[in-house]
Ligand binder design. Structure first.
Ligand code: ACK
Length: 754
């Protein structure tokens, strides 16, 4: 180091000496007595530097002190998952592995709307709302609402920090593709009155702001003011109607709602209009047909409804002519309406009166069993698109199915970008029955359209090999995937998976389809951790499943996943699917562990019948284990329905702190030992409880202090250990050892009595 005497100081009696910094060192102020080493990721090649330069790809904010290390933008967030609820999407992710050396990491969400045919994406625009916000997110989750229904979106989650804006390189983000579900239309907001006479009111309205699909029809409900219990409903495909048969000079309340394939939207607010008052001339006019809304009794209405339903069911077969004349008998005012307004009203407009009651109107799609088709080929072509084999490129074999290999490949349809698919093939030399059963799955799958149900692209039946082409799920079967990634996910991510499965199952049960083989091995998971229910079939499903075993009644059933009533007397319902769903919950929360471990099927049946249930998986939130136990209620009517399960999981996802309470570690029993009260008072939840029950509570503290804090640990206790713990009284030793012995004998491997 050279010593300099600054100019101008020469005349002073005191001489200050300053150090000149070497390369790699700096001194922010010339007055500082010493040099500092360049902070991490910075350097200087010059002498006497007052600051250090940042290395390539590292930056410094103006407000960063020169002593602070240079930093860089964070890496991309990780493991993003999405939950779609109609037109809302909840995203959650894990912070980036590299924060770039800064603490000011926040997140930015970019939203793109993508065309499923061309694959082209555009910015979402201003209609999307972000909760709590789109930029500067501090938490690792966000909710997007007011998205369009049935639309493909790509969300890019970017982690940014104080130096991201200086980075000329590519943005680091994780992207999530989602397809929003169908949503019911928004309410009609504007209704205008048209021509008003003393007996009629004409109305017109505008389509809802967010139709969320094609509007199939409108339902107009009206009633005389303050007479709400007696109302009339008109259905119309137009955005205008005339309500007639009204009382002169009376106020009527109107509400309108729209229906799309997703169901009815909410009713509009109430609009009130008044008919013209009756005039003397008019009232004496004999040519006027007096129309009175008939307030019918509940009995007549119900009868009418039943007849109406019977008729609407048979309408397609017989034509609507005789049906509508019969309906006119049930609805006197309809006779008049049809005669009067056929020319100007939509023939499908219907009018019904209600009195103190509601009718569930048809419109919900249901699953059609392909067995009901005489010709199975007709069924498959009704529900599945025929694809030309030349559009498919098979890339590699990914597994084996009952009927042949399962491959991955690519599908290029006209006017669409090529995209990855899974291809199930039917092996050569198949029988006609095998072909029918193989394609049966496509006939079923093709009827479903839901983001949590595996999507069928189409079938190849006109050339060989016969193939079923579905969307490709990058992570394969859920059970294998979880086993491979043991302990790698947050609880919220696991609950997200469960939510998806429950949502798919809700859709299936709404369609009237009972899966019968719901298990993690039959769920597929994609790169965004979206789970989809797969493996559809009729009898075939169970034939195909290596887990399925023959029961004494001859059926083949996957015992460990199946509800007792389905095993005992083949009562397969959506409620038995709920039982299986509880087992899937257990599989997911235990990362793919085998339910009931190595117990034999016979032991499982016996134990379940005796009231034993699987214990909680390790580190499982208490709320989730409780939901599993609810799914395993013996009485199938007491089990939750899938829509309740979805709502419950949504609540837990929205309020993650509710997942913090785990099943008490000491009450959680391992697969080695499960408590069953030797004195018949139920399972012991803790060592203390057990010792108290056998009147040995005085040893609780000693047991706990010496590591025997769980029933698992207690199971290993020997007489020697007891002596070491200071249990010297022979009577006490006997009591404890006998109780342990008794438990071991009575215990069923790994299960808790309900
Ligand atoms: O666990 P995996 O990789 O996922 O092995 C099985 C195998 O084929 C036999 O069923 C995989 N598989 C089935 N359908 C699909 C699909 N749509 N996308 C990706 N993999 C699939 C399954």
């Amino acid at each position: 180091e050279r010593v300099l005497v600054p100019r101008g100081w020469k005349k002073k009696p005191v001489v200050l000496l300053f150090t000149v910094c070497r390369p790699g060192f700096f001194k922010a102020s010339p007055h500082s007595p010493s040099c500092s080493k360049c902070p991490p990721h910075s350097y200087t090649l010059d002498e006497a530097s007052t600051s250090c330069l940042c290395e390539e790809h590292y930056f410094r904010r103006e407000s960063d002190p020169p002593t602070m290390a240079c930093t860089r933008p964070p890496s991309a967030p990780r493991s993003a998952i999405s939950n779609v609820n109609e037109t809302s999407v909840f995203l959650e992710w894990i912070p980036p592995a590299d924060t770039g050396g800064r603490k000011d990491v926040s997140y930015y969400i970019a939203c793109k709307k993508c065309n499923s045919h061309s694959g082209l994406c555009e910015a979402c625009g201003g209609h999307v709302r972000y909760l709590p916000q789109q930029t500067g997110l501090k938490n690792t989750s966000v909710m997007m609402v007011d998205l369009l229904a049935h639309t493909n979106y790509t969300f890019e989650i970017e982690a940014v920090n104080g130096v991201s804006d200086q980075n000329p390189g590519a943005r680091q983000f994780v992207s999530v593709n989602v397809t929003t579900n169908q949503a019911a239309p928004s309410p009609v907001s504007s209704v205008k009155k048209g021509k008003i006479t003393k007996n009629s009111i004409s109305l017109s309205w505008q389509e809802p702001d967010r139709p969320n699909g094609i509007i199939l029809e409108y339902e107009i409900k009206y009633f005389e003011k303050d007479q709400e219990t007696s109302y009339t409903i008109i259905k119309s495909k137009e955005t205008m109607i005339t309500a007639d048969g009204l009382k002169p000079g009376s106020a009527y309340v109107f509400q309108i709602r729209a229906r799309t394939a997703a169901g009815y939207g909410g009713f509009s607010r109430r609009f009130e209009f008044e008919t013209s008052p009756v005039s003397v001339a008019a009232s004496s006019d004999q040519s006027q047909i007096p129309i009175i809304v008939v307030s019918v009794t509940v009995g007549v209405i119900l009868l009418a409804v039943v007849i109406g339903f019977l008729l609407s069911g048979s309408c397609c077969d017989h034509g609507c002519g005789w049906a509508s004349s019969l309906r006119a008998v049930a609805y006197p005012s309809l006779t008049w309406r049809c005669g009067y307004s056929k020319a100007k009203q939509d023939p499908e407009e219907e009018k019904m009166h209600f009195h103190n009651g509601h009718i569930k109107l048809p419109g919900v799609r249901t699953y059609i069993d392909p067995h009901t088709y005489e010709d199975p080929n007709q069924a498959v072509h009704e529900f599945a698109k025929e694809i030309e084999a030349s559009c498919i490129t098979i890339e590699r074999v990914i597994g084996a199915g009952e009927f042949g290999e399962v491959c991955s490949g690519r599908l290029k349809l006209q006017g669409k970008r090529e995209f990855p698919v899974a291809i199930k093939t039917l092996k050569v030399g198949y029988t006609e029955k095998q072909r029918r059963d193989f394609l049966g799955e496509a006939s079923i799958m093709g009827q479903f359209d839901h983001p949590n149900i595996i999507h069928l692209e189409g079938v190849v039946t006109k050339s060989k090999p016969v193939m079923i082409v579905t969307e490709y799920m990058e992570n394969g079967s859920l059970d294998t995937f979880l086993k491979k990634n043991d302990g790698q996910f947050t609880v919220i991510q696991l609950v997200g998976m469960l939510r998806g499965i429950a949502s798919g199952m809700k859709y299936l049960s709404d369609m009237g389809y009972v899966h019968r083989d719901l298990a993690a091995r039959n769920i597929l998971i994609n790169s965004n951790l979206v789970c989809k229910v797969s493996d559809f079939g009729l009898s075939r499903v169970l034939e195909d499943d290596p887990e399925a075993a023959y029961t004494t009644r001859g059926g083949k059933i996957p015992i460990r996943w199946t509800a007792p009533e389905a095993i005992a007397f083949r009562k397969f319902t959506s409620a038995s699917d709920v039982w299986s769903y509880g087992i899937v919950m257990w599989e997911v929360m235990s990362y793919g562990e085998r339910p009931y471990w190595e117990m034999t099927n016979q032991d499982v049946i016996k134990a379940v019948e005796e009231g034993y249930r699987l214990p909680s998986p390790m580190d499982c939130p208490a709320a989730l284990y409780q939901l599993m136990l609810d799914c395993w209620q013996k009485d199938r009517n007491s089990r939750p329905k899938f829509d309740e399960i979805v709502s419950m999981l949504d609540k837990l996802i929205r309020n993650p702190s509710s997942l913090k309470t785990l099943v008490n570690a000491s009450s959680r029993v391992s697969n080695l030992l499960v408590e069953h009260s030797p004195v018949g008072s139920g399972a012991y939840r803790s060592v203390g409880e057990w010792l108290e029950a056998i009147k040995m509570g005085r040893y609780t503290e000693i047991f706990m202090e010496n590591g025997y804090s769980s029933m698992d640990a207690v199971a290993q206790v020997t007489l020697e250990d007891l002596r070491r713990l200071g249990v010297t009284l022979v009577g006490h030793q006997k009591k404890i050892m006998n109780s342990l012995q008794e438990m071991k004998v009575q215990l069923v491997n790994g299960m808790v009595p309900l």
